[in-house]
Design a protein around this ligand. Structure first.
Ligand SMILES: Nc1ncnc2c1ncn2[C@@H]1O[C@H](COP(=O)(O)OP(=O)(O)OP(=O)(O)O)[C@@H](O)[C@H]1O
Ligand SMILES: Nc1ncnc2c1ncn2[C@@H]1O[C@H](COP(=O)(O)OP(=O)(O)OP(=O)(O)O)[C@@H](O)[C@H]1O
Ligand SMILES: [Mg+2]
Ligand SMILES: [Mg+2]
Lengths: 257, 257
C-alpha cells in the first residue's frame, strides 16, 4: 500500500514543485516504486521533465473531468522506478472547471488513487499555491502533508492558516491525515536571515522540522530550464545530495509500514 | 483620475507583493497620491507593514462582501502620499467566499474603485498566484497589468497563458486593458542563468520589458520580516534604488495622462 504525500503551501514560490519532483526522483533512486502527480494547474511538474507531446497528451484534467482510466494517463519516466502524471490544464477556463469538479466531489482524487495504491510504495502530489478546492481535495486523498517553508521568509500567520486548514480537513473528511514534516528550502547559510528563520521554525514546530535542509543553489534554480530532476543532471551537487538525504529521512520514518 | 495597475502572475513567489509594496512606496516618495490594495487573500501586503490590529480591522473582504464604505477601510501609512487597503481574509472559508463573490459579480472591484479614482494618481493592486475569479475581477478593474518574471526561471507556457487570459478579459469585459510592462525580478547578475532569462524575455516581449531590472538582494528578501518598504528601511540599498528607478520609468511613460 503506497504512502500518499501531499506537498502543500498557499505561499507561492517556496519550492513545492522543486521538492515534489526531486523527492520523487530520489525515492525512486532508492528503488521504491514512486508515482509523482502534478495537481497544480500551472503545469510545474510537466515543465520539469522532457516528455514528448504524445506522452503529455493526458493529465490530471482528463483523469478528474473526462474520467480517462488512470493507466492511460501514467507516463513512465527515464528513471526506473518513477512514473508521472502531469497536469495538462491548458487555460484558465479549464482550471476553473477542475476547481469546480473537485469542489463538487471532494473525494474524487481519493477514489482515483484507490485504484493504484497497490502498485506503488510512495505517491507524491504537487499542490497549487492556494488552499482552495484543489488543495483541499488533495489533502483528503493524502496520508500526510509535507510543508516547504522558504528559508528567507517565515510567516507565522500563513503557517497557522495552513495547519488550521489541515486540521479542518482531518476532522471533517480524512481523520488519518498527519503532518509528515516541515522542510526548510532555499536556505542561504551565509546570511543571518537563514539562521533566524531556521531557529524560528524549530521553535514553532520542534520535532516536525526535517533535519535535512535544502540549500539555495544555482543548480536547483536552473533545474526547470534543464527539464530534468537534479539527480539526473548533477548527482554530486549540493541540491541532489540534500534531496537524497530527505528521501532517506522519510523512508526511515516510514520503515515500519 | 488615477491610473490603476494590477500586478499579476499565476506563478508563485515571483515578487508580486514585493513589487506592489515597493513600487507603491516609491511612487508615493515621488509625491504622487498612491493607494496600494492587497487583493491577495494570503495577506502579503498587510505583513509588509507594521499596522496595528485597530488599523488592520477592515480590509478587502469587508469591502467586497460586507460592503463597508471604502473610506472606513483605507489606512494612512507612515509614508505621506501612501494609503493602503489590506486583505484581512482570516481563513480558507473566507477566501472561498471572496472568490465566489468576485465570480458572481466580476465588476465589483471596478465599481468600488470608481468611488476613489479621483483622490489618487496611482492605484496598485497585488494579486494572488492564480488566474481565478479574484485575479480576473482585478484585471477588469485595472487600466493595465504589470507582470513580474523571476530572473531565474522563465516559462514560455506560463507567460503565454497569462497574456491569453489578459486578452480574454480585455475582449469580454475591459477593452482598455493594456500591458504596462514585464519586470525582471530577483536577477542574479553573477550567473549565466540571469543573463539567459533576460535575453529570452527581451526576445519574447521586446519593448514591453522595463529597462529597470530588480536584482536579488538579501535586504529585499529580509523586507517582509522587517515589515517596512525598503525605501524606509534602507533608502541607499540596491533594492530601493531599483524600485525608485522603476517608479520613475512608469511615471515618465504615463506623463501625458
Ligand atoms: N533550493 C533552491 N535553490 C535555488 N532555487 C530554487 C530552490 N528551490 C526552488 N528554486 C527555484 O525557485 C523557484 C520556485 O520554486 P518552485 O517552482 O518549486 O516553487 P513552488 O512553490 O512550486 O511555486 P508555485 O507556488 O508557483 O507552485 C523556481 O524558479 C525554482 O527553480
Ligand atoms: N529582489 C529580491 N531579492 C531577494 N528576495 C526577494 C526579492 N523579491 C522578492 N524576494 C523574496 O522572495 C519571496 C517571494 O516574494 P513575494 O512574496 O513578493 O512574491 P509573490 O509573487 O508575491 O508570492 P505569492 O505568489 O505567494 O503571492 C519573499 O520571501 C521575498 O522576500
Ligand atoms: Mg509549484
Ligand atoms: Mg504575493
Amino acid at each position: 500500500m503506497a504512502k500518499i504525500l501531499a506537498v502543500v503551501s498557499q505561499k507561492g514560490g517556496v519550492g513545492k514543485t522543486t521538492t515534489s519532483v526531486n523527492l520523487a526522483a530520489s525515492i525512486a533512486a532508492l528503488e521504491m516504486r514512486t508515482l509523482l502527480i502534478g495537481i497544480d494547474p500551472q503545469c510545474g511538474v510537466s515543465s520539469s521533465f522532457n516528455f514528448t507531446s504524445r506522452e503529455n497528451k493526458y493529465g490530471i484534467y482528463d483523469l478528474v473531468y473526462y474520467k480517462v482510466p488512470i493507466v492511460e494517463v501514467i507516463i513512465h519516466s527515464e528513471i526506473k522506478f518513477l512514473d508521472v502524471i502531469v497536469s495538462n490544464v491548458k487555460s484558465s477556463s479549464e482550471e476553473d472547471i477542475l476547481n469546480q469538479t473537485m469542489k463538487a466531489n471532494k473525494f474524487c482524487l481519493k477514489e482515483i488513487l484507490a485504484e493504484v495504491v497497490k502498485f506503488y510504495d510512495y505517491i507524491i502530489l504537487d499542490c497549487p499555491p492556494s488552499l482552495g478546492a484543489i488543495s483541499i481535495s488533495t489533502m483528503i486523498a493524502a496520508d500526510s502533508i509535507l510543508i516547504p517553508v522558504q528559508g528567507e521568509y517565515y510567516s507565522k500567520e500563513s503557517l497557522a492558516r495552513l495547519l488550521q486548514t489541515a486540521k479542518e480537513v482531518s476532522s471533517m473528511y480524512n481523520p488519518s491525515l498527519t503532518i509528515e514534516g516541515v522542510l526548510l528550502t532555499m536556505v542561504d547559510f551565509r546570511t543571518n536571515l537563514g539562521k533566524k528563520v531556521c531557529e524560528d521554525i524549530r521553535k514553532a514546530m520542534g520535532e516536525k522540522v526535517f533535519s535535512t535542509i535544502i540549500p539555495r543553489t544555482v543548480k536547483l534554480a536552473e533545474a526547470p530550464m534543464i527539464k530534468k530532476p537534479i539527480i539526473l543532471s548533477d548527482i554530486n551537487s549540493k541540491g541532489a545530495m540534500a534531496y537524497l538525504s530527505l528521501a532517506q529521512e522519510i523512508l526511515a520514518k516510514n520503515e515500519e509500514r
